[in-house]
Write a protein that binds this ligand. Structure first.
Ligand code: SAH
Length: 229
């Protein structure tokens, strides 16, 4: 299968219809990532087809959860995942990418400049420190992370950035549900509710993923919905 088709088909499994120009932008972002990866450590995946599925399609699995929201903060964004693919596909979404490593931030800025993306910003620093900045304090509708930290640390880092009624989205591997279960009492005590657990399989490798969605406050007395994608 051609790489363009791989990407288009992969995304469509999660209800995301990509235009030709979005496919072009996503693939050239990936090519920049693989080229820069020879100099700075951005990804362990070196094969283009594998990266199409495990980086691009994987990032787009959250589109239905994020679409229609005003702004999104991606903590520990690394090479810009999932924030840059989301920005390419949802151009109205305002995106802020955070990472503690300056070289990764420089890569993100380079990509945003060369792709002429606007309404996206890269912020160098540690998540736990940046939350005290006035413009970031309780300023985001969605705080997301992929492969960033354990669930507890992420939720603690995410809460100070979250607008009232906003969502925290944690993108995890197959262990996501068990990690949620083991943190349930702690989350309850903290006053954070799980809105949804989405179990997914990536379309070509069958790799398992879990999307965990949280909100501050008690949402409903029924237990968290589990859905398979
Ligand atoms: N989200 C990306 C990168 C995951 S690797 C992806 O899915 O590919 C985790 C990233 O988190 C690294 O780039 C690391 O530099 C960053 N990181 C770790 N601790 C951090 C912290 N406290 N604040 C900001 N970034 C952090």
């Amino acid at each position: 299968m051609k790489d363009e088709t791989l990407l288009q088909e992969g995304a469509s499994r999660f209800g995301v219809k990509l235009s030709g120009s979005q496919v072009g932008a996503l693939l050239s972002y990936l090519d920049e990532m693989l080229a820069w990866n020879k100099k700075i450590n951005l990804t362990a995946i070196k094969d283009r087809s594998e990266a199409i599925e495990k980086h691009l399609v994987d990032s787009l699995t959250v589109c239905p959860l994020v679409s229609g929201r005003k702004n999104l903060l991606d903590l520990g964004s690394g090479a810009g995942l999932p924030g840059i693919p989301l920005k390419i596909v949802l151009p109205e979404l305002q995106v802020v990418l955070v990472d503690a490593i300056q070289k990764k931030i420089l890569f993100q800025r380079h990509v945003c400049r060369s792709q002429k993306l606007s309404g996206i910003e890269s912020c160098h620093g540690r998540a736990e420190i940046l939350s005290s900045r006035e413009e970031m304090d309780h300023a985001f509708d969605v705080v997301i992370s992929r492969a960033f930290s354990d669930l507890r640390t992420f939720i603690q880092f995410a809460l100070p950035f979250l607008k009232p009624g906003g969502r925290i989205v944690s993108m995890k591997g197959p262990e996501g549900e068990a990690e949620y279960e083991s943190n349930r009492p702690w989350l309850q005590e903290l006053g954070v509710s799980c809105l949804e657990i989405k179990c997914l399989e990536l379309p070509f490798s069958g790799a398992k993923r879990t999307l965990l969605v949280f909100q501050e406050g008690l949402v409903s007395p029924r237990s968290c919905g589990l859905s398979a994608g």
